[in-house]
Design a protein around this ligand. Structure first.
Ligand SMILES: C[S@@+](CC[C@H](N)C(=O)[O-])C[C@H]1O[C@@H](n2cnc3c(N)ncnc32)[C@H](O)[C@@H]1O
Length: 302
């Protein structure tokens, strides 16, 4: 579990931490200090999905290739801003054009790999309360991707912080081999052709007997959240919290370069981390600030 301590002076911290910075994410990122951020958690504007009412916005490009280019420019810059042991979580949905799925998430993902981000996981955000749709020629989409990248080979990941409850055995299980192995490593739970296979045993032990639960899985079933004031989809705090617990050390810094209504900031503050928000729409920055302060925005122009 890597951590590299980068100390920044008070002035730098005061300038950057726990604020929403209004502007184009790429331009703001260019002015940020190297290695300031532990992890990025973000849901970018999706390709041709919404109008965020700003000349600077990403997502209104006429081709997927142009969209991927702009996204890549940003994440090249953020590779510098994120610590070597840091990481990036990107929640991203796809787009149908004339009935054809464009594969946008994977096109962005592969472009990021090409510029040096190391892909660690393609998690699925399954939305149990996804909007119904009238399509009859394909299944209704009820998922988005959550890509997890690290900035280098040696990166911070706290598997124990995000373990899930076991579903195979429990502490009180009467299944053969169950109770005896709860919390204890060594030996194999089963005799026969697999006995003595340490890899298999470690996997089974983690799956069934680790006292803190089994290792986090790649399908995350989390309901969409509602935030009345935002005219766009905000991502659920539970989703952001999982990303932070796994990859941002307590007291660390999380950046959301598309901060919208400030869900990442809210979750960072609730879990003892600092945040940096960037959004190109000043009204959204104001809304996020009010949300954080628990106050009502006075006048929002959208
Ligand atoms: C999907 S929303 C993010 C919502 C956010 N995750 C939340 O929970 O509130 C995308 C945001 O990206 C912002 N945005 C679009 N283009 C941008 C750019 N070039 N630079 C910075 N922000 C941008 C939009 O204004 C919008 O608020």
């Amino acid at each position: 579990m890597a951590t590299d301590e980068n100390q920044f002076d008070d002035q730098t911290q005061q300038r950057w931490l726990n604020h929403f910075h209004c502007g184009d994410a790429v331009e703001v990122a260019k002015t940020m200090p190297t290695g300031l951020v532990d992890t990025v958690v973000t849901s970018p504007p999706y390709f041709q999905q919404r109008d965020y009412n700003s000349d600077l916005q990403i997502g209104r490009e006429s081709t997927v290739a142009e969209y991927v280019d702009r996204m890549t420019q940003l994440f090249v810059e953020l590779k510098r801003v994120v610590k070597p042991c840091g990481s990036l979580w990107m929640v991203i949905g796809d787009k149908y054009l004339k009935g054809e799925l464009q594969g946008v998430p994977w096109r962005v993902c592969l472009a990021l790999k090409d510029v040096g981000w190391i892909l660690r996981s393609d998690c699925i955000w399954h939305k149990p309360n996804a909007m119904p749709s009238a399509v009859k020629t394909r299944p209704t989409t009820d998922h988005e991707y959550i890509f997890f990248f690290s900035n280098s080979k040696d990166y911070f990941y706290d598997a124990d912080a995000v373990r899930e409850p076991h579903i195979t055995f429990s502490k009180d299980s009467k299944m053969k081999g169950g109770r005896g192995h709860f919390g204890k490593r060594g030996g194999t739970p089963e005799a026969g052709k697999n006995s003595g296979d340490n890899n298999l045993h470690d996997g089974r032990w983690d799956q069934a007997f680790h006292p803190k639960g089994r290792n986090k899985r790649t399908v995350w079933s989390i309901s969409l959240s509602k935030f009345r004031e935002a005219h766009f989809a905000v991502f659920p705090e539970q989703l952001v919290r999982t990303c932070l617990d796994a990859s941002c050390p307590p007291g660390g810094v999380v950046l959301d370069p598309f901060s919208g209504a400030g869900t990442t900031a809210l979750t960072a503050r609730a879990s003892n981390r600092s945040f940096i928000g960037i959004d190109c729409n000043a009204d959204f920055c104001a809304m996020a600030k009010c949300r954080l302060e628990g106050s009502k925005p006075e006048a929002l122009l959208f």
